[in-house]
Design a protein around this ligand. Structure first.
Ligand SMILES: *[C@@H]1O[C@H](CO)[C@@H](O)[C@H](O)[C@H]1NC(C)=O
Ligand SMILES: *[C@@H]1O[C@H](CO)[C@@H](O)[C@H](O)[C@H]1NC(C)=O
Ligand SMILES: *[C@@H]1O[C@H](CO)[C@@H](O)[C@H](O)[C@H]1NC(C)=O
Length: 434
């Protein structure tokens, strides 16, 4: 759950002097974004992790399950390369709107991965001392798993559901976009030990996310289509600041939750959308809107996430989708087959043929906003000639939320307007929009 500690915020923001930082309102920075499968070290590779919550919990704190948030740490991820430090060293990071703390791989002997960030080469690098408010014992619902280590450094660790982990120290470092555009030193994890090669760019609504710390007014990304077996990683784009195409976007307001509300299954820092329904092949499925809304426990929240590959639906919605798929393409379904423990609507054969049987799909939101998934893009090639509908059961993943994953955000501008508290969508060809 989220911090609501005014004192913490005071210390945090007191340390951020951003006078030299250009006002983000009319500046935008553009980066390329690639969509790549991350390599896996784990057996249960498809469904690992919750970046926000799967840390080892302090045994003294009585907290409820934090299982609400998962991301496909080892599967299809959106990667951006950002210049960090002075002079800048380019670091690859997974763009994750579902997590808070950003971290990079650090070069700390004896472990010195060649692509890791070398603190010794940066004049703007500093470590966060142990007496920083972030390293003090805190209220039970605080989500940053930090402690003071034996070297009096602020240590953090994330443990993922699949047994992998990342740990290191909290540091301050600048993002140096150009000689005139640098952020103030921002709080960042400097991983000294991790099972991954990329870092994470945490972009959720939390006060320690990159977007919050850097005072980004809005950001947007465009996920390029994945062409199977093409060999090369397709390139899309990522903007910090206004998007030049935003005049054509359609916006839906974010749902907000008071952080004082104790809802164990809710992620109050996620981007929660007011989803109304799902259409398949022109037919509105009979799913009550309440299936897409947080109930008193927080279950049913519908969030949009860049860090999750596929889309997941709670049982009430999932069963209606499956019912419809069975009606449309039942005979082609691969009986008894479940991909990655959660996708059970899979087919042998030609994605185009099956896609034509199913038709288009749409996720409907308030204000008439919708994400339309064209029939050609309904199925994901999971290898071995198998095609799966990119929708799984939340329950099998161990989450209580509906999650719209990056598979259903292809060829779409998705803009997160943090000032306006809304999310915008604009249909485009992401491989051409760089
Ligand atoms: C930002 O906006 C101001 C006023 O609207 C304008 O004078 C300035 O040139 C703009 N800066 C950039 C970099 O676009
Ligand atoms: C933390 O400790 C350092 C050195 O021990 C000291 O200079 C600094 O004032 C302390 N900061 C806080 C916030 O207590
Ligand atoms: C819609 O679903 C509800 C509950 O699942 C059911 O009671 C109702 O009859 C359904 N309506 C239609 C038109 O199928």
């Amino acid at each position: 759950m989220a911090p609501s500690t005014p004192l913490l915020l005071f210390f945090l923001f007191a340390s951020l002097v951003s006078l030299s930082y250009p006002k983000p309102s009319n500046h935008s920075l553009s980066f390329s974004l690639t969509s790549i499968p991350l390599s896996s070290h784990s057996k249960n590779s498809l469904f690992s992790s919750s970046l926000a919550s799967q840390f080892k919990q302090n045994p003294n704190t009585k907290t409820t399950s934090y299982n609400y948030r998962s991301s496909f740490k080892y599967s299809m991820a959106l990667i951006v390369s950002l210049p960090i430090g002075t002079p800048p060293q380019t670091q690859q990071m997974v763009l994750d709107t579902g997590s808070q703390l950003s971290w990079i791989q650090c070069k700390v002997p004896p472990k010195t991965p060649p692509t890791a960030f070398d603190p010794l080469l940066s004049s703007s690098f500093s470590v966060l001392p142990c007496n920083h408010s972030l390293c003090k014992p805190r209220v039970p619902d605080y989500t940053l798993p930090t402690s003071c280590d034996q070297n009096r450094l602020c240590h953090y660790s994330y443990f993922y559901a699949d047994g992998t982990y990342a740990e290191g120290n909290l540091v301050r470092e600048k993002f140096t976009f150009s000689s005139s555009q640098t952020t103030p030193p921002l709080i960042l994890g400097c991983a000294t030990d991790s099972s991954d090669t990329q870092g994470i760019l945490g972009m959720n609504l939390g006060r320690l996310s990159f977007s919050s710390l850097a005072k980004i007014s809005k950001f947007s990304y465009c996920v390029p289509p994945r062409r199977s077996q093409s060999g090369s990683s397709p390139t899309g784009s990522f903007y910090l600041g206004p998007n030049p195409s935003s005049a054509g976007f359609k916006y839906v307001n974010l749902m907000t939750y008071r952080q004082s509300q104790r809802m164990p299954n809710l992620d109050p820092l996620a981007y929660t959308l007011p989803m109304l329904g799902i259409r398949i092949n022109g037919k509105k499925l009979n799913i009550s809107t309440s299936a897409f809304r947080a109930d008193p426990s927080g279950a049913g929240q519908t969030l949009i996430d860049s860090g999750t590959w596929f889309t997941f639906l709670v049982d009430e919605a999932y069963s209606k989708v499956k019912e419809e798929i069975v009606k449309l393409a039942g005979p082609k379904l691969k009986k008894g087959y479940v991909y990655g423990g959660s996708l059970d609507m899979c087919f042998d054969g030609d994605a185009m043929v099956i896609g034509r049987m199913i038709g288009n799909m749409a996720f409907e939101f308030e204000n008439g906003v919708e994400i339309v998934v064209e029939r050609e893009k309904m199925l994901a090639d999971v290898g071995g000639g198998v095609q799966c509908l990119g929708i799984g059961r939340s329950d099998l993943l161990g989450v209580a939320s509906n999650i719209i994953g990056n598979f259903h955000q292809q060829d779409l501008w998705v803009e997160f307007d943090l000032v306006g508290r809304r999310v915008g969508f604009g249909r485009t060809d992401c491989s051409r929009s760089v």
